[in-house]
Design a protein around this ligand. Structure first.
Ligand code: ADP
Length: 453
């Protein structure tokens, strides 16, 4: 059995990454950075495509993430550069005050370089959303004429379904809080970590959602930004998207003698290209037919499989005489509905297991593994967001003795989460290397949320 370290994508040593980034910053901008901020990527144990239906999601923050070095400017310019080789096209400059005018006719010219679809939009969006938040929350009121120089580096695969985009938004917004708001001015550098309350973090996660929806134009439901901003080390965050309340749950009972690995398939996804929003529109049409604004409301407080069947029967009854649902294919709407509902039931079961309420379940790891695999089948057959390599990785993992495996993230590319005993890893890595040279493994060690370094 052959294994190589090359397949493992290490998170790197934060201090080393920071010191390298800070010296690159000096080279690029000819002055020192004022600080460095980090936000993690995430792996979701369950709860894909249901955050925008107010379902429950179970994310964990990764040790991998995005680092932002920054220094404030007084001329109102926002200058950005990324060290990611595939995205780097030099320094992008905009007038910070004019971000957010994009939607208004004729305002496009006010933005230099800030083209739609450009990575800089995530950072522009973070500043715009912070400014919006600051109008009602004095701690976050952005100083007049605020601008900044920013340099970005990430240890996450980009487009790998591990939320590099949310990590970029969240690390950037922390930099802006630190450099441009009263909260930052009263609490320099890492004092900011202590000064940020849970409520602050909740508000900042919500601001990053606005950045992505209103400036970038992607249909995020808030899972990724909540994970990056509010995760806890060693815990799964049980996130109820009805009110964005979170409950950190111990993951030790699953991981005793097992590992969670994210397998980046090397096939990058493009969320903004319409397929993701297409799936969402199908599910929303189903919700509308059922008379619910949010699909979570179609299920009782503690949903079970029988409740799902009941809602599906109701859908069939209502759809019987129809040719389409809101102009969309009925079969597709029904499958998206079934994915959303069964995914909600799986989340509820996992929450129950991890919160210790299921005292007496003897084989908790294999039960969790089965839930993961059932989640993959639902992503493949009902949400229809899986793809060949992901299906192959899941099959291979199960054949090599994994307890469970599933596609995570929005789909159409991205990563597979695998629950496996360490003894099975050498064979699994060897088998995965035969599938594709682009596959990378990431150790999922539930880590802390976004912070100043
Ligand atoms: P993911 O699953 O990684 O979040 P997305 O397609 O949602 O995939 O987001 C990836 C996009 O986020 C990139 O195309 C880029 O615009 C932006 N992005 C993420 N990380 C970086 C980075 N380190 N530097 C520049 N842009 C980044």
């Amino acid at each position: 059995v052959r294994t190589t370290d090359a397949v493992w994508l290490a998170p790197g040593e934060p201090q080393e990454i920071q010191s390298d980034l800070v010296s690159r910053f000096h080279e690029e901008y000819g002055r020192p950075a004022s600080g460095t901020w980090f936000a993690p990527g995430r792996a979701n144990l369950n709860g894909e495509h249901i955050d925008f239906h107010a379902g429950r999601c179970l994310p964990m923050a990764l040790a991998h993430g995005t680092y932002v070095a920054a220094a404030p400017r007084e001329d109102g310019l926002l200058r950005l550069r990324t060290l990611d080789a595939s995205l780097d096209d030099g320094v992008t400059t905009v007038f910070a005050d004019q971000i957010g005018l994009r939607a208004e006719p004729g305002a496009e010219d006010a933005l230099k370089d800030g083209a739609a679809g450009h990575w800089s939009q995530y950072v522009h969006g973070a500043l715009w959303a912070l400014r919006e938040l600051g109008t009602s929350q004095p701690d976050f009121q952005v100083s007049e004429g605020f601008g900044a120089d920013i340099l970005v580096v990430s240890t996450l695969p980009i487009g790998g379904g591990l939320s590099s985009s949310a990590a970029l938004e969240c690390a950037s917004i922390l930099a802006f809080v630190a450099l441009g708001t009263p909260l930052g001015q009263q609490n320099p550098l890492d004092d900011l970590n202590a000064a940020l309350t849970r409520e602050h973090r909740k508000q900042l996660a919500a601001a990053c959602v606005r950045a992505e929806v209103e400036v970038v134009g992607a249909g995020t439901g808030g899972l990724d930004q909540t994970a990056a901003m509010r995760a806890r080390a060693g815990k799964v965050l049980s996130l109820d998207c009805r009110d964005f309340s979170v409950q950190p749950l111990d993951i030790g009972c699953i991981l005793r003698g097992y590992r969670l690995i994210a397998v980046d398939t090397g096939q990058a996804h493009r969320l903004a290209d319409g397929q993701f929003s297409d799936r969402r529109a199908d599910a929303e049409a189903a919700a509308q037919l059922l008379g619910f604004e949010r699909l979570r409301d179609a299920l009782p407080e503690k949903p079970r499989k029988a409740d799902v069947l009941h809602v599906l029967e109701e859908f069939d009854r209502l759809a019987e005489q129809l040719e389409s649902v809101g102009g969309r294919d009925i079969g597709a709407c029904r499958r998206r509905l079934r994915h959303a509902l069964t995914e909600m039931v799986r989340s509820e079961k996992l929450h129950h297991l991890l919160s210790g309420e299921a005292y007496g379940v003897r084989h908790i790891t294999s039960t969790v593994g089965d839930i993961l695999t059932a989640g993959h089948m639902s992503m493949r057959d009902d949400a229809e967001v899986s793809f060949t390599v992901a299906d192959l990785v899941v099959e291979t993992a199960l054949a090599q003795g994994a307890e469970g495996a599933r596609l995570i993230g929005g789909g159409f590319g991205g990563s597979v989460l695998v629950l496996i005993a360490p003894a099975g890893l050498p064979r699994l890595t060897a088998a995965l290397e035969r599938i594709s040279r682009n596959i990378r493994l990431i150790d999922v060690a539930p880590s802390a949320a976004a912070h100043a370094l």
